[in-house]
Design a protein around this ligand. Structure first.
Ligand code: ZN
Ligand code: ZN
Length: 540
């Protein structure tokens, strides 16, 4: 569609509006006493990636919408130094990053500048974000666009979006979208809210996960403030825009999160951001669709086994309490008190009559209260049974492999048992398949073994891809590992190795070469460094 056509559509709206019923304005509710909270919006793109507004313009829009904070999530790989938290127009700006993994997009909040680009397997990016102190959120998990959907539900992520505005409009019909475009100029936030449906499958997925471990969820604006070309570029980002709709302000007025704080926000941006991120990590956050009714207040607490949920809406309100995903209690009153029948994961959804959506979108969604034993959900360190068979293969022979422009050298001073030192330099320039690899022929040594074990360290924090190669087909299988200047014992389970590209599951008896690969997935072009492998062995 050209700019002209869109402009014509907007003009047509002026004539059609009389015939077009507009969505109702938000219900005005009495404020209710509650502890300190902060209202904010999460998942916002600025003109530093594919959004249309500058960070200051976005903050100004947030101020007009009455928000206390915004979390900017421009696309990146973590190597850009995040801006320190700051106040603009009374709105706290928290700078986060939306990372691209092979399984989908993962937003990291509170992540410092990373020592290498975070990319590749989702499980590795999730590990890296955690090691570096960030808090990670799975973005648009159920987008109708396969390239945006999340594919690795076994990854140990911290949080997920239960609602994503971008996903929501994608599943509406063309007629519905056209009507929305016509209504938008008159009631922007209410029109955006009219596109929301209860995302049943995403919420069911969340409920399934929280029966095993803690997972935080909240709604995501996925705000770009532009519409137009809806194509994805090579990185899966939408590029180009025709109109700055929906505006940031309309997105912020549609829904937002409420973070429950220990003390009110002050003027110290760093301390205030720390408080908000800590609250997100604890799950002290609920989502409210403000375009349905405002202000939204939910108090959800447990005293021993007595669960109490209370809202400030009086008429037409229904509180639904779920235990492990199933409805435990449902009451058309602003307060619900229930004795928990036992252990479980409990959360509430609050509905208001007349809310849009099919099924209707809940006005408020809380995070869970986990009535679980102390130790529940803490993942125990991977236990590897004492190996019954160990065979040292440190003796090699070792060799190097690389692309034409890169350089690589291998050195083993004490043959055959001494450490092997690998020195590499990736060729400069754009990412274009530069790689260097330390290789070792292993014959049939992997057959009937379950894992590799070794001790490794590197001249800098980095990831190397441990690969096994089949001699005839050249097929490879890989598992990425993290190493740094401290020697660490590494274990690579064959069962966790995945094909490089498409291919069958790994069969150790088919591989005769192991490779320790440095490539541009996690190492920038032009980087030089060394790593050392000691005591390489196969075990079972
Ligand atoms: Zn995304
Ligand atoms: Zn995004």
């Amino acid at each position: 569609m050209s700019r002209l056509l869109i402009a014509a559509a907007i003009l047509a709206a002026a004539f059609l509006c009389a015939a077009l019923p507009l969505p109702a304005p938000p219900l005005e509710l009495p404020a209710a006493p509650s502890g300190p909270t902060a209202r904010g919006s999460f998942h916002i793109h600025t003109n530093r990636s594919d959004g249309s507004g500058s960070p200051d313009e976005v903050a100004a829009a947030a101020a007009r919408a009455g928000l206390n904070f915004i979390i900017l999530t421009d696309h990146g790989d973590g190597t850009r130094k995040p801006d320190p938290p700051k106040y603009r127009d009374g709105v706290l700006i928290i700078d986060a990053v939306e990372l691209s993994t092979q399984a989908g997009h993962y937003i990291a909040i509170g992540l410092p500048q990373t020592p290498y680009p975070l990319r590749g397997d989702a499980r590795d990016v999730v590990d890296d974000v955690r090691r570096l102190g960030g808090f990670g959120v799975v973005a648009h998990p159920d987008s109708s666009k396969p390239s945006l959907r999340w594919h690795d539900w076994n990854a140990d992520f911290d949080a997920m979006e239960w609602l994503n505005a971008d996903t929501e409009w994608r599943d509406e019909g063309e007629g519905q979208l056209l009507r929305a475009l016509l209504r938008y100029p008159f009631r922007p936030a209410e029109t955006l809210a009219s596109l929301l449906d209860r995302p049943d499958s995403t919420l069911a997925r969340w409920d399934e996960l929280t029966q095993r471990r803690r997972v935080v969820a909240f709604a995501s604006a996925d705000a770009h403030a532009r519409a137009g070309w809806m194509d994805d570029d090579a990185n899966g980002y939408r590029s180009g825009w025709l109109l700055k709709v929906p505006s940031y302000e309309a997105s912020f007025r549609t829904f937002a999160m409420r973070v429950t704080l220990e003390r009110p926000l002050g003027n110290d941006a760093v301390a205030d951001a720390g408080q908000i991120v800590d609250a997100l990590k604890r799950g002290a956050v609920y989502t409210a669709i403000d375009a349905i009714a405002s202000p939204a207040v939910l108090e959800f607490s447990a005293a021993a086994r007595t669960l109490t949920a209370r809202t400030n809406a009086a008429a037409g309100v229904t509180i639904v309490l779920r235990r492990d995903g199933r409805i435990l209690a449902e009451q058309p009153l602003p307060t619900l008190t229930v004795e928990a029948p036992g252990e479980g994961t409990y959360r509430v959804e609050v509905y208001l009559s007349g809310a849009p959506g099919n099924p209707p979108i809940p006005w408020i969604v809380s995070n869970p209260i986990y009535l679980r034993p102390e130790t529940w959900g803490t993942s125990s360190p991977a236990v590897v049974a004492t190996p019954t068979i160990t065979r040292g293969i440190q003796g090699g022979p070792w060799h190097t492999e690389k692309d034409a422009g890169s350089s690589a050298a291998v050195r083993q001073d004490n043959y055959p048992a001494g450490p092997v030192e690998f020195t590499f330099r990736l060729a400069d320039g754009e990412r274009a398949g530069q790689y260097t690899a330390l290789g070792i022929g292993v014959g049939k040594a992997l057959t009937e073994r379950t894992h590799l074990a070794f001790t490794a360290r590197a001249s800098r924090p980095m990831r190397i891809s441990v690969q096994a190669r089949h001699p005839q087909s050249g097929d490879r299988w890989q598992r990425s590992i993290y190493i740094d200047t401290q020697p660490r014992d590494v274990l690579v389970k064959f069962a966790e190795m995945t094909p490089v590209g498409a291919g069958p599951p790994f069969d150790p008896s088919l591989a005769d070469t192991l490779l320790f690969v440095v490539d541009t997935t996690n190492t920038p072009a032009g980087t030089a460094g060394t790593f050392t492998i000691e005591n390489l062995r196969v075990e079972r």
